[in-house]
Design a protein around this ligand. Structure first.
Ligand code: XMP
Length: 529
């Protein structure tokens, strides 16, 4: 399979570069800058992209790479710090720029460069890019030519086309670089010669084949949460090994309305995924353990602990049943995706920190006791979220499940302020269902990062008909966010909020007030607890 390697020098946009390369239909992986050249070459890359990074090439402590990288005959694109490293290693010089550039910057490009052939126009070869640098290339190495400049940066891009070495001082991977995607596409397709055949149907086919080969006659256990990742992992595994897969879906009673049934409908008896599906209706166990508990962190803790108990009990039973029939569960599977791998292993694709403590949701001690392999099967390990979704659709999972918004592991527990009761869960489920329905009807749901109804712990006085009421207040929350680290409250059209309020008051007993949460994050969080 053709691949591009992204060498990580500590740049904050490494994942974004990887996303963009994948958008070109080319498979890529992020590796740390310390990866030795022989290891890189063994991966047989079609090209290498060097990320940006906060360091200066002359700092002895800076992440660096030897000259041999640029002499290996593999096309290289250096971005920002990566461009300076290329200049420095190939014999040019890098200095502190007299004027550091940050933000949208107009750059004049030489359209005879393979990177810029269709960027801007012949008459006005100028485009907007995103700059963020304090050093710059003061002198280009012998054999290189300058192919772009700005008012303050005499070398905003350089290349040695013969050796297929390209460098850009700006960040083509961020959306603010208006034609950045074109430049990356030119590099990976034209310069590196990739054919752009990384497609999700091919991925699904290949992965199913590989899973079949790896697993053989053994059995696999997967904890299915109903979230996109574990759902797609289940679908892939079921296509690969059918009834050698057992999925355990722990219904903790804190799912959204009808969600547990929907998961069961897709994977349960009679579905066209021929796997063993076990739904553990543990609602009461969770409600009992949570009874009277008000502290958010304790609630989270209880849910985590109880989940392990329930899932562990079930895993033990299933393992024994299967052993009784002369076979064995060898693997536990989990829906780890690429951002989890990059974040937890700092780009070292072989090292998922989480898996040292738990495997697919079970503590490693229990996994050992049950005789399962300690390395989980992770079929989605190299995929980004939108690629996971594409595979899900390929495999016939309904759109509603594939495009679900993120849902926290502890479920509605973090959306019910204070103690949890069955009745409060019912209220929040019904109110949330109405809110989602109204947003979808109005066609505004697709623009939102996350949206839901929550339940405040507030009771207030109201009047309905001729009666005084003393009911609970539902909180509606809808945020715009791209990274979930920061968020803005969304401006939902008033009539939509108004209709939602009316329906909740009329259709959900126990509620007499509806509030809209306009808090951004920070200072608030997205969830209420
Ligand atoms: P906050 O509330 O911290 O949420 O702004 C940010 C994102 O994380 C999700 N979230 C969780 N996800 N377990 C999860 O799997 C949790 O305990 C948890 N708490 C928050 C939240 O839904 C949002 O997408």
């Amino acid at each position: 399979m053709q691949r591009i390697i992204i060498l990580d020098f500590g740049g904050q946009y490494k994942q974004l570069i990887a996303r963009r390369v994948r958008e070109c239909g080319v498979y890529c992986e992020i590796h740390p800058y310390k990866t030795p050249l022989d290891k890189l070459l063994a991966m047989d890359p079609m090209g290498i992209i060097l990320t940006g990074g906060p360091a200066s090439v002359y700092d002895p402590a800076s992440p660096t790479y030897g000259k041999e990288l640029f002499e290996a005959g593999i096309p290289v694109l250096g971005i920002c710090y990566g461009s300076q490293l290329m200049a420095y290693r190939c014999g040019g010089s890098v200095e502190t720029a007299p004027v550091s550039e940050y933000g949208h910057t107009s750059v004049k490009v030489d359209r005879s460069s393979a990177l810029f052939s269709d960027v801007a126009t012949e008459e006005q070869p100028e485009t907007t890019v995103w700059m963020s640098h304090t050093d710059y290339i003061a002198q280009v190495p012998a054999g290189f030519r300058i192919t772009a400049h700005t008012d303050h940066c005499p070398c905003a891009a350089m290349e040695n086309a013969e050796q297929k070495l390209y460098a850009v001082q700006f960040h083509p991977e961020v959306v603010h670089s208006v034609e950045g995607m074109k430049m990356l596409r030119h590099f990976v397709l034209d310069v590196c010669g990739c054919s752009g055949d990384w497609k999700m149907d091919a991925f699904a086919e290949r992965t199913i084949r590989e899973l079949r080969e790896k697993i053989g006659e053994d059995h696999v256990l997967l904890g299915l949460s109903g979230g996109v990742d574990s759902t797609v992992a289940a679908a892939l595994l079921s296509r690969a090994i059918g009834d050698q897969l057992t999925c355990v879906f722990v219904d903790h009673g804190l799912m959204r309305k009808d969600e547990g049934d929907e998961v069961e409908r897709v994977f349960g008896p009679g579905s066209d995924f021929h796997l063993h599906f076990v739904r553990v209706n543990a609602q009461d166990r969770f409600y009992i353990r949570l009874a009277g508990e008000k502290d958010p962190e304790t609630k989270r803790h209880i849910i985590g602990e109880e989940f392990i108990q329930v899932f562990g009990d079930e895993a033990r039973k299933i393992a024994e049943d299967i052993r009784g029939s002369g076979r064995r569960i060898r693997y536990i599977a989990q829906g780890t995706i690429y951002p989890d791998v990059v974040e937890s292993g700092d780009g070292k694709t072989s090292d998922v920190i989480k898996s040292h403590h738990n495997v697919g949701g079970l503590p490693v001690e229990l996994v050992r006791e049950l005789g399962f392999d300690e390395t989980p099967v992770e079929p989605l390990r190299m995929l980004f979220k939108d690629e996971v979704r594409a595979v899900g659709l390929q495999l016939g999972i309904p759109r509603e499940l594939v495009y679900r918004q993120p849902f926290p592991g502890p479920g509605l527990a973090v959306r019910i302020v204070g103690n949890i009761t069955k009745d409060k869960v019912r209220i929040v489920q019904d109110a949330d269902y109405i809110f989602r329905e109204e947003l979808a009807k109005a066609g505004v749901d697709a623009q939102l990062g996350q949206y839901f109804a929550a339940l405040s712990n507030m009771r207030s006085v109201g009047v309905m008909g001729d009666h005084r009421t003393y009911g609970l207040a539902v909180v509606l929350r809808a945020v715009l966010t791209s990274d979930f680290m920061t968020a803005e409250a969304a401006e939902i059209p008033w009539p939509v909020l108004s209709r939602t309020m009316n329906r909740i008051i009329n259709e959900v007993p126990g509620v007499n007030r509806v509030l809209y949460d306009i808090t951004s994050k920070p200072p608030g969080t997205i969830e209420l607890e």
